[in-house]
Design a binder for this molecule. Sequence first.
Ligand code: S6P
Ligand code: ZN
Length: 188
Amino acid sequence: MNNITKPNLIFKDDLLTGENIDRLTRKLKDLGDIFNDKAAFAQMDGETVVYDVESSFPVAHGTEGGLFYGITYIHPGKVGQEYFMTKGHFHEIRNRGEYYCTLEGEGMLLLMDENGNTRAEKMIPGSIHYIPGNTAHRTANVGEQILSFSAFWPSDAGHDYGTISEKGFSEILIEQEGQPVLVPNIKQ
Ligand code: S6P
Ligand code: ZN
């Protein structure tokens, strides 16, 4: 008997292939609540793709002890001074952590604890980011090419988008004099 099998997942030429890959696209029209500059947002085409996510869910959502894997690709762009970014979320089971590994491009990982303290880590190809439990996370593309990164998270983590959708992060990432800077979020 031959117990050697082919790999289940392959990441090649910027594409994840294998069984049961879930593909998700977020366009500007899906992200109306995350950008602060509503006037700039209204001028843009809602069909513009902001990011794509390819994920592999080898076990059912909510399974304790399993792991999920995904790759996110954020396009370059801005709404006003704010960079294209992900919705951002806490995990539903708050204490679940996650790892991000940057593949290509230039970005920022925003991290906010439950007391509303926000900080950011620079993402560059090869950078590895540990996201502790109880921490909201959002990524922004601050470069001129696609930002892509892989993520590994527990299969029982779940996603809580509501808190961020309502209040956002306590700080937002904007471009000032060509540089990304964190400034207080006036929405809060
Ligand atoms: C899942 C992980 C990522 C994000 C993806 C999109 O826990 O953090 O795969 O889902 O980067 O971000 P968001 O905030 O729209 O889910
Ligand atoms: Zn997550």
